[in-house]
Design a protein around this ligand. Sequence first.
Ligand code: GCU
Ligand code: CA
Length: 483
Amino acid sequence: MGLTKFFLPAVLIAGLLPATTASPAAAAPVRYQAESATISQGLVESNHAGFTGTGFVNADNVVGSYVQWSVPASAAGQATLTFRFANGTTANRSGDITVNGALVSDELAFNGTGAWTTWQDRVITVNLAAGTNTIRATSTTAAGLPNLDALDVDTAPAPVRGTPQTPTDVTTGLALPWATSFLPDGQSALLTERNSFRVSRVTLNGTRTTVGTVPNSVTTNGEGGLMGVAVSPTWNGTSDQAVYFFHTSNDGGQTQNRIVRMNFNGTALSNRTVIVSGIRSNTFHNGGQLKFGPDGYLYAGTGDAQDTSTSQNNNSLNGKILRFTTSGAAAPGNPFGTLVFSKGHRNPQGLAWDSAGRMWSAELGDTQVDELNLIISGHNYGWPTCQGNCSTPGMDNPKRTWTTAEASPSSLAIVNDTAYVAALRGQRLWRVELNGTSAGATQAYFTNTYGRLRSIVKVPGANTIWISTSNTTNDRLLRSEIR
Ligand code: GCU
Ligand code: CA
């Protein structure tokens, strides 16, 4: 037995299934090599050129020899199976094809291809179940199967995943709600209103109680005021009462954006402490989003405060995404040893993480395009050199762009690796499938139905998002189930 001709028992081969890129929405075929499949009565060989992978299967020339593949499918539905084979004889080497034990093709013909080095495709259409499918080709003649190189599986596009359903009201009569952060038990959330500086507690069934205002808050007669809120992930109302706010404030007569900690005992706010100061404010471009990341550190999106030079300046806290501890110190591992996590931002207001812990940000562009960015520590997102895509070395391009008219994204939530982006000027909800590090299929929902949309947050433990409108008066907090 030479090195190129070897035999592996089926039990051993069964564990060697190919790595797949199960991309739920994509319709790209996935190749499953025959030599990696389960083989009953056959050998893996490589003595006839033209195969892919590391070889092909020479099934024994008997009735009943088979090759069996395990094929995952993200959803039930139609799939195209392509068997790549060679048959150097003139006889039809037919085989029965079964999917999960059911015969789907009776004596499928594998006719002569002219030579053992001439490989051809045999294509059939089958239905696959969600989950792992067992696809087997079994010889039905004494001549055995043709030599089999691979099976390509092309699943039909999966049905749209994560469609937001028509919303219902959680609570109404709000004025410019800006951000929402759930308490760890997922039963209620804190909600900020930008211009009144008011903070409310809202329960899942919509009971709303004012718990206080954030002292020292000021408006900018533009976009500043009381903005982000983040509840400590270990908040319990007693030993941990910490809640954090991002607001424009006037401590010592100096108007700036600051990040503060307050105590919240379940009914009232008290004890404001500034943890990050020196974030410049201006009428517009104040950023304002504040969230705990999966690593337990606080993240904040800061605007350029209408001074574009801040975004590329590592010493400025503006035009950045910041990452810091609950006492306002640079989080360990930050790229420049400061609070700065990423730079080159104009006005990033959406921050969220996918299931792999990757950080995404939605950012308001200038007059041309808005961006959805994949945020990586120390990376430069281009502003003011770039808006949207450009080819400047050292600057990351967005994964998705929109015109400012169809978006102006104020916040971002990720549910089951699908991003939901609330659009102010676009007056709609954008849904973007995230496929690893790229952004996939994108659809708009609720266009011009509820007006401007600002805050969006996932309800913990539920396939539901809360969305707030931003129409200044009679604003609503909406819930939409994701199906
Ligand atoms: C030859 C050929 C094999 C093939 C076999 C067959 O031995 O080299 O690759 O499988 O014929 O007829 O099945
Ligand atoms: Ca054979």
